[in-house]
Design a protein. Sequence first.
Length: 149
Amino acid sequence: MPVKNEKRTIKDSDGKDHEYFCIQMTPSAGEPIKFKLLAMLGPALSSLASAPKNSLDNLSGEKAVEIFGNAITKLFENNDPTEVFKFLQNLIMDITRDEVRINQSNFDDIYGDNIGEFYKALAFVLEVNFGNFLKGSKLLSTILSKAST
């Protein structure tokens, strides 16, 4: 199966739109990351259960970001924060934002006052790269989809 390319418009904290572009990882690159992510996420996944299961179709983007943020908080509580942040940061390296490739040298300039946009971009990358895997969990796939817009 060929890798997919996806674009998404993501708003920053000032409400300005930014065009993101992500190329799906190859299986040889993505699978080890998926397994590491699952190992790290164990306790955090339970916090995703706080989503209103009976109203996923009406879940607002704001509520999805809140639920996703709570899961990320759990992730940091149960793992070394520096290791987790570097891992999450590396997931969005090499995607583009407004046709500029995100890398170590521009990360702080882009997300310094705008960490919410980083989490939206992260949700987008997770959806692109692990969406098929996550489709088994309507809850998780819906939260990632709505959190990244």
